[in-house]
Write a protein that binds this ligand. Structure first.
Ligand code: F6R
Ligand code: MG
Ligand code: MG
Length: 371
C-alpha cells in the first residue's frame, strides 16, 4: 500500500452558547460535506469531532500533506458550517475564517492543521489530541515528556527500539524559523527553547535511523497562532496534535501519561489567562467555568488500511480522576488571583487589553520620577 496521510483540520466557526461547545447541526453539516468524498474516493475515511467550540475534521487519504484538494475540502466544509452557524445565530459564527478566498492551502487562513504522512505499519495505533482555550505551546511539555523524558517514557531507557531517542523540529513562531534538534544529546538546549512555550513550539517529531523511516514524522502539532496571522485578536488558536505510538515509539500509556499533571497553559478567558489543562472525556469537553479551565481530549484509533478503527475516548478513565480533581483545586487557586499575574498573562501576551486607552487617558498625570 502507498503512504497514507492523516489530516486533522480544525476551526471555531461558531459556539453554542458563547464559546462553550459546537452545535450538533455543525457536526451534521460537516458529515454531509465529507461523506460524499469518502464515496468519491478522495477520502479513505473521516471522523467529525469537537472540543469546546472547535469543530474537528479528522481525514485519511493518499494525497499527502498540504494537499490543495484536502485543504480545499476542509475550507468548503467550514464555509458551509459557517452558513449554518449564521442561520442559528451561533456565537462568533465564522470566527476562525479569516480570508474570503481559498488559495490552495488552508494554513494562515484561520484553521489549525496537523498532518502525518507515513507508511502504515502492521498495526498502527494513533492518538488525536484536541485542546480548547489554549495555544500551540501547550503541547510543548507533554510532547517533550513523551519523546524525551525518561521519567515519563520508560521505553527511552529499557526498550532498544527507543533508546537512541528522537529528533524534534522546533519552530520560532515569532521569527518564522525552524531548527531540528537531537534528543537526548541536546536535551538542555532543547529545554532552553521549548520551555519558552509562547515563542518556541515543537512542530514535529521524527525517528532516528532504525526501524522506522527517518523522513516520516511520528507526531505533528498545529502551530497556527490566529492573533499573529490576523495582526489583531480574532479568536483563539486552540491547537491539535497527532501522535503515533507503540513498537519503537512511546507506548499508548506513555503518550497519555504527561496529561496526568494538569500543567499550566495560556489562553484561558479572553486568551489572556494562565490555567491548568484538564484532560477529560468527550462529553465533558464543554468549558464553562470562567470559560474553562482549558480542556484536552484524546481520541484513540487503530488505523486499518487508512480507515479509522475508533475512536476510543482515552481520557474517559478513572485513572485521570485525581488529575481532574487537582485541576479543580488549581482552578480555584488561580482564580483567586483575579486580575493579577501570573493568572493574568504578561502584558505582551494578552489578547485583550485596555492599557493603551488607560495610558492615553492618564496622559501627563503619569509624571517623571527620580528613582
Ligand atoms: C474563546 C475564549 C473566551 C472568550 C471570552 C470573550 O475561545 O477563550 O474566553 O475570549 O468569552 O469572548 P467575546 O469577546 O467574544 O465576548
Ligand atoms: Mg469561539
Ligand atoms: Mg476554541
Amino acid at each position: 500500500m502507498s503512504k497514507i496521510t492523516i489530516s486533522l483540520i480544525k476551526a471555531d466557526i461558531g459556539g453554542w452558547p458563547g464559546h462553550s461547545s459546537v452545535h450538533p447541526a455543525l457536526m451534521e453539516t460537516a458529515e454531509s460535506m465529507l461523506a460524499p468524498e469518502k464515496v468519491s474516493g478522495k477520502l479513505i475515511d473521516f471522523r467529525i469531532m469537537a472540543v469546546g467550540d472547535d469543530l474537528q475534521l479528522l481525514m485519511s487519504h493518499t494525497l499527502g500533506a498540504d494537499n490543495p484538494e484536502i485543504h480545499g475540502l476542509a475550507w468548503e466544509t467550514f464555509l458551509k458550517g459557517t452558513e449554518k452557524a449564521k442561520e442559528l445565530k451561533l456565537y462568533g459564527a465564522g470566527q476562525d475564517i479569516l480570508s474570503d478566498a481559498f488559495s490552495g492551502n488552508i494554513k494562515g487562513m484561520g484553521p489549525g492543521v496537523a498532518e502525518l504522512e507515513f507508511e502504515e505499519r502492521g498495526a498502527e495505533p494513533l492518538i488525536a489530541f484536541m485542546m480548547d482555550k489554549t495555544e500551540p505551546g501547550a503541547f510543548n511539555l507533554p510532547i517533550f515528556k513523551m519523546f524525551a523524558d525518561p521519567f515519563n517514557t520508560a521505553g527511552l531507557i529499557i526498550d532498544p527500539g527507543l533508546h537512541h531517542g528522537f529528533i524534534l523540529e522546533i519552530w520560532d513562531i515569532r521569527e518564522h524559523k525552524r531548527v531540528f534538534m537531537n534528543s537526548p544529546e541536546e536535551m538542555y538546549d532543547i529545554l532552553a527553547l521549548v520551555g519558552a512555550k509562547s515563542r518556541y513550539v515543537i512542530k514535529r517529531v521524527f525517528p532516528k535511523p532504525g526501524k522506522l523511516p527517518e523522513d516520516e514524522p511520528v507526531a505533528a502539532i498545529s502551530t497556527e497562532k490566529l492573533y499573529q496571522i490576523a495582526g489583531k485578536y480574532v479568536g483563539k488558536d486552540d491547537p491539535v496534535a497527532l501522535v503515533r505510538c507503540q513498537s519503537g515509539l512511546p507506548a499508548l500509556g506513555e503518550v497519555l501519561e504527561p496529561f496526568s499533571l494538569g500543567h499550566l497553559v495560556s489562553g484561558w478567558m479572553r486568551g489572556s489567562h494562565n490555567g491548568p489543562l484538564m484532560p477529560c472525556a468527550f462529553g465533558d469537553a464543554h468549558p464553562t467555568r470562567f470559560d474553562g479551565p482549558p480542556r484536552v481530549i484524546a481520541a484513540g484509533f487503530q488505523i486499518a488500511n487508512g480507515t479509522f478503527v475508533g475512536p476510543v475516548d482515552l481520557f474517559d478513565d478513572p485513572a485521570f480522576d485525581d488529575t481532574r480533581r487537582r485541576v479543580g483545586e488549581i482552578t480555584d487557586y488561580m482564580r483567586r488571583h483575579g486580575p493579577f499575574e501570573p493568572h493574568r498573562l504578561p502584558l505582551e501576551e494578552m489578547e485583550y487589553t485596555t492599557l493603551p486607552d488607560i495610558l492615553k487617558l492618564l496622559g501627563d498625570r503619569f509624571a517623571d520620577v527620580e528613582q
